[in-house]
Design a protein around this ligand. Structure first.
Ligand code: NAD
Length: 480
């Protein structure tokens, strides 16, 4: 049992000022695996105060970018040494298959931090430009954005928190981080690693809690910027509050991306690629290609192959390295996903595999990998984000219709195209309205911006562009 009684605030483990606790559960066994304090408003006040103080502390504000970079690499070294434990802790909480957790929550966290550590050394904090009117120069200065209120979801908790923490550190900002209640135990490990690496007191603070804790943090007068990853519903509420406060905000939200199979695609390669591009982490990944658009000319062949792929994926214990489909994160999520499956059946789509809880597994919040064919793009299962192992295969006549169907969505986060002709794929990729897209693959590149358009979000994370959101720009017009 991983029971915690303290919070990480101001570089120290401190007793909470409130009395509420939250329990952590295993998605695979449904058993309690830990507990931790919920941060009260008074704890969040302390955390924001500590983050504000750290912002101007000599050990954080006055170090060079080279020293900042070295500190970040030290933090990465410590995180690297704990990667197996961290991946396991994530997997035990949210049911993420351990092969995915090792890659994303173990190694991914470290690689991402190192990338921003290197970027910290090269970013230009002051640039002297000749004035356009030819009468002298202007200094354009990048200063840390300030105290960042960062909020992460449960699906990739460690790496998604690093999407925010790495640029916070590279920019010289500070952070009050609120993890998701389903996946908080790994955030304590992150705090311990920061402490071990010598990240100055108050630069990183962790305030566990649910939506109410998040709301308090977002609206806190001591917060300068909000960085949020989660549902579109919560993102809209946060955007509203930040709009009223004129507070900078980045929102990484939901998706319902299309996987377009072109007529010339190889069935084996496409279906092997789609397993990861549509069902990674049991479908609980924001950019999954869950609306699979298949050409009418080869529709039956692709439906059969996708059905065979989904029904053959190993379902089971997330800690088993062979597992591809684990449990979903919680009972609520399981009920939500099963509810969508019932809706798909009621809407008249054809269920080709799955459709319920897997037989022979009597514990854990599992849902069978499920495929619907003959899905109408206007049906609920094609329009709403299900966030589970459920795929809809939608027929199309020609490339124009495929692109139109892909774009006929409230969301615009990811998507893929599968083809024997890379150039043709690139042409399709250019026509789909989304923040990212894959040709015969979909995996993020830490060096390229990631984010959504339409209801999938505002702003970008990752790449040098992701770092820009953590700076304020100031122009100083130099006279004689
Ligand atoms: P969620 O929106 O319910 O919760 C996300 C986080 O926000 C949690 O920490 C939660 O406690 C907090 N929260 C909830 N309501 C809040 C509010 N009004 N104010 C402040 N904080 C609030 O989402 P979830 O169920 O944890 O995560 C799944 C969702 O996240 C999916 O929609 C998925 O697509 C999305 N997601 C998006 C990306 C991306 O990069 N675009 C990545 C991963 C997940």
């Amino acid at each position: 049992m991983n029971s915690r009684s303290e919070l990480f605030i101001g570089g120290d483990w401190v007793a909470p000022q409130g009395t509420e606790t939250i329990n952590a559960y295993s998605a695979a066994t449904e058993e309690q695996i830990g507990s931790f304090p919920e941060a009260s408003p008074a704890d969040i006040d302390s955390a924001v105060h500590a983050a504000r103080a750290a912002l101007t502390s000599p050990e954080w504000a006055e170090i060079s970018q080279a020293e900042r970079s070295a500190l970040m690499h030290r933090f990465a070294d410590v995180l690297d040494s704990h990667k197996t434990d961290r991946a396991r802790t994530v997997s035990m909480q949210n049911g993420m298959p351990i092969s995915v957790a090792n890659f994303a929550e173990g190694d991914g966290v470290v690689a991402l931090l190192r990338y921003y550590a290197d970027l910290a050394k090269t970013v230009e904090l002051e640039e002297v430009r000749p004035r356009l009117d030819g009468t002298g120069t202007t200094v354009v200065q990048r200063t840390p954005v300030g105290v960042v209120g960062a909020i992460a979801p449960w699906n990739f908790p460690a790496v998604l928190s690093m999407f925010k923490l790495a640029p916070v550190l590279a920019s010289g900002s500070t952070v009050v981080f609120k993890p998701s209640p389903e996946t908080t135990l790994d955030s304590f490990m992150l705090a311990e690693a920061a402490q071990e690496a010598g990240i100055p007191a108050g630069v990183i603070n962790v305030v566990p809690g649910g939506a109410e804790t998040g709301k308090y943090l977002v609206a806190h007068p001591g917060v300068d910027k909000v960085a949020f990853t989660g549902s579109t519903r919560a993102g809209r509420q946060i955007g509203k509050v930040c709009g009223e406060l004129l507070r900078p905000v980045t929102l990484e939200l939901g998706g319902k991306s299309a996987g377009i199979i072109l007529e010339d695609a190889s069935v084996e390669e496409t279906v092997a690629g789609l397993a990861t591009a549509s069902l990674l982490n049991t479908g609980q990944t924001c950019y999954m290609s869950t609306r699979i658009l298949a050409p009418k000319s080869r529709y039956a062949e692709f439906v059969e192959a996708i059905t065979a792929m989904a029904s053959s994926l190993p379902v089971g214990d997330p800690l088993d390295p062979n597992t591809f489909v684990g449990p979903v994160v919680s009972k609520t999520q399981q009920e939500r996903v099963l509810g969508y499956i019932e809706m798909g059946k009621a809407e008249g789509a054809t269920l080709t595999t799955g459709g319920g809880k897997p037989k022979g597994i009597d514990k854990g919040w599992y849902v069978e990998p499920t495929v619907f064919s003959d899905v109408d793009n206007n049906s609920v299962i094609a329009r709403e984000e299900i966030f589970g192992p459920v795929l809809s295969v939608i027929p199309y006549s020609d490339e124009d219709e495929a692109v139109a169907l892909a774009n006929d969505s409230e969301y615009g986060l990811g998507g893929t195209v599968w083809t024997a002709d890379k150039d043709r794929g690139l042409g399709v990729a250019r026509r789909v309205v989304s923040g990212s897209f894959g040709v015969n693959r979909y995996d993020l590149d830490w060096g390229a911006p990631f984010g959504g358009v339409k209801s999938s979000g505002l702003g970008r994370e990752l790449g040098p562009e992701g770092l820009e959101a953590y700076f304020s720009l100031k122009s100083i017009f130099l006279g004689d």
